[in-house]
Design a protein around this ligand. Structure first.
Ligand code: SAM
Length: 252
């Protein structure tokens, strides 16, 4: 992946919080971060959906992200909360912060932006090197359904949502997805439209590379992680092939 491949986040940064508006995972990460009793690193922290919550609760947390625009949105939000976040522009596939953490989290499927095992191993090794002994890695991925895998390569409608922004704007989101079996590449198209000002409408395209559960386990093992567990969502029930949102927890 070169810098261009995730340029979508440079364009999306200002409206990211309208598109990724879920709150299903924040309680889980907050509890894990409190239990860690040591420094926390959020990999691919984006606009701070989770990191800023940590900081408002007094948790010792830092973030990295490869997108300058996403980090700049995070900084703006931090300022309104009178917070001074420690964030670094860095690529998860290879980074060196000169510090080790008790907990590293990689929320919201960000790991699936990596396109092959070389990239994934390189990222997992960087995570491992940044963990204290017995420190934990938490990796949230999406496990595709049989229907997802049956989709053709050209994107078709996945989901539509009518929403209202925090400042009262009505807007609409259409999610399209296509899947290419040969490369395991899921191509997403996200179309955002506003009731009040259609000139703000925008379309974003991005790729995720799907992985099978046993491939993730194998990669974690190869990178030296132990006590590897996978959960169905954010409630600590064991994951199986029917789980869609899968949370991996592994230790150094
Ligand atoms: C779906 S967003 C998740 C943001 C945030 N963690 C959250 O939960 O809202 C994915 C993030 O991954 C970042 N990203 C993608 N590839 C990356 C890479 N190779 N290294 C670091 N960050 C990356 C993007 O810039 C974007 O901010």
């Amino acid at each position: 992946m070169d810098a261009q491949e995730n340029a979508v986040y440079e364009r999306m940064a200002k409206v990211y919080d309208l598109i990724y508006n879920d709150d299903l995972d924040t309680g889980f990460y907050l509890a894990e971060a409190k239990n860690a009793r040591g420094p926390v690193l959020e990999v691919a922290c984006g606009t701070g959906r989770i990191l800023l919550r940590f900081l408002t609760k007094g948790i010792d947390a830092e973030g990295i992200d490869s997108s300058g625009a996403m980090l700049s949105e995070l900084r703006k939000k931090a300022k309104t909360l009178s917070l001074e976040p420690h964030i670094h522009k860095a690529d998860m596939r290879r980074f060196s912060l000169g510090k080790r953490y008790k907990l590293i989290i990689v929320p919201y499927r960000s790991f699936l932006h990596l396109k092959d095992d070389d990239e994934r191993m390189s990222a997992l090794r960087s995570f491992f090197d940044h963990l204290q002994d017995s420190g934990r890695l938490i990796l949230h991925i999406y496990n595709p359904s049989p229907d997802d895998l049956e989709r053709g390569a050209s994107p078709s409608l996945l989901e539509s949502e009518d929403l209202v922004s925090d400042d009262g704007r009505d807007y609409h989101l259409d999610w399209f997805m296509g899947y290419d079996r040969k490369t395991s590449r899921a191509h997403y198209r996200i179309s955002l439209s506003f009731e009040d000002r259609p000139e703000d409408d925008a379309v974003f395209e991005m790729d995720l590379y799907f992985l099978r559960l046993k491939d993730i386990e194998r990669l974690l093992e190869r990178c030296g992680f132990r006590n590897i567990r996978s959960y169905n969502g954010f409630g600590y029930e064991k994951a199986d092939e029917n789980s869609r949102e899968v949370v991996w927890v592994a230790e150094r």
